[in-house]
Design a protein around this ligand. Structure first.
Ligand SMILES: [Fe+2]
Length: 310
């Protein structure tokens, strides 16, 4: 029985089935009416432990006790995202949902701006048209992540007096960072789509071959979030629409991939990221111990209190 079903804070965990009570380390504190059981050994009844790591306020759980540590994976792209000051951001909304389709379809959708040209033509495609896509120089270590940038449309440039723009302190961002969206996809299943002051993150967990659990949230620099709640509201509306579009696409892709006529197709030069992703998968499948065990799927929302037994 899960002893935690919600987000929040707790001094102890009480099992809703028989009221056994555990401390936040997972140690059993009390078990009603168990004194007469000869098999009962309180110390042997702790909650299981899972690997927990953190990065910039995100919490990552890995069910594999032998998984490689998270830090080296994230460290490889830290310098690329440093100016976005992720650790100074707060989550202004959070969502957990399920989409139809294999997780790799959802993953592909999260690493290229090319589909802004049609699928998101009425939403983020207006702000970041597909034609502005380019892939920055390959990172020194490109076996843990891939990335892509897209130039923002003229009237959506950060710093201009436009209602969609964050009006916080944009200092520290380069000209390139001020004028583009930046998408980083950390293998296997964690992604961040950044703009000046904001970060739309997602993580994916397969739920069988044709369903994917989607976990995500929207981060903003704290000063923008408090000074400009209206911007948060606008972004929430926008993200909801974009997610609806992406969810529809993966559902339809999953359906057509079952067709006997489904075949492979070529990638555009805006989709080198996808090629990198499949190379990563190939490496992982050939040598699973090398990279498949990396812990890159947050189990819970940013900043949520995740204790190892939850
Ligand atoms: Fe999309």
């Amino acid at each position: 029985m899960p002893v935690v079903r919600d987000r929040g804070h707790a001094k102890r965990f009480v099992c809703p089935y028989h009221a056994w009570t555990y401390d936040t380390e997972g140690r059993l504190m009390g078990a009603p009416h168990m004194e007469e059981s000869q098999a009962f050994d309180r110390a042997a009844c702790s909650l299981p432990q899972y690997r927990l790591d953190s990065w910039m306020g995100f919490l990552f759980v890995n069910l594999d006790d032998d998984a490689a540590p998270l830090q080296p994976v994230m460290a490889s792209m830290e310098s690329a995202v440093a100016n976005y000051r992720i650790a100074e951001q707060t989550e202004i909304f959070h969502y957990e949902t399920e989409w139809e389709g294999n997780w790799k379809l959802v993953a592909e959708n999260s690493m290229e701006y090319y589909h802004h040209i049609a699928l998101h033509a009425g939403t983020v495609g207006v702000q970041m048209p597909a034609k502005g896509t380019y892939i920055p120089a390959a990172p020194a270590t490109d076996d843990t992540f891939t990335h892509e940038r897209c130039r923002m449309g003229e009237k959506f440039l950060a710093g201009a007096d436009h209602p969609m723009n964050p009006r916080g302190d944009l200092g520290g961002l380069t000209q390139e960072e001020l004028t583009t969206g930046y998408m980083v996809y950390v293998f296997p299943a964690f992604t961040m789509a950044m703009r000046p002051g904001t970060n739309n993150w997602l993580s994916f967990r397969p739920d069988g071959p044709e369903r994917t659990k989607v976990l995500g949230g929207y981060l903003m620099w704290k000063d923008i979030a408090t000074e400009d709640p209206e911007l948060g509201r606008q972004r929430r509306e926008m993200i909801a629409k974009v997610n609806e579009e992406d969810s529809l696409a993966t559902t339809e892709l999953a359906r057509t991939m079952r067709s006997r006529k489904a075949t492979r197709g070529p990638l555009s030069h805006f989709e080198g990221t996808i090629a990198q992703f499949y190379k990563y998968l190939a490496r992982s499948l050939v040598a699973p111990a090398a990279s498949a065990k990396l812990a890159t799927t947050p189990l819970s929302g940013r900043g949520a209190p995740v204790s190892s037994p939850s």
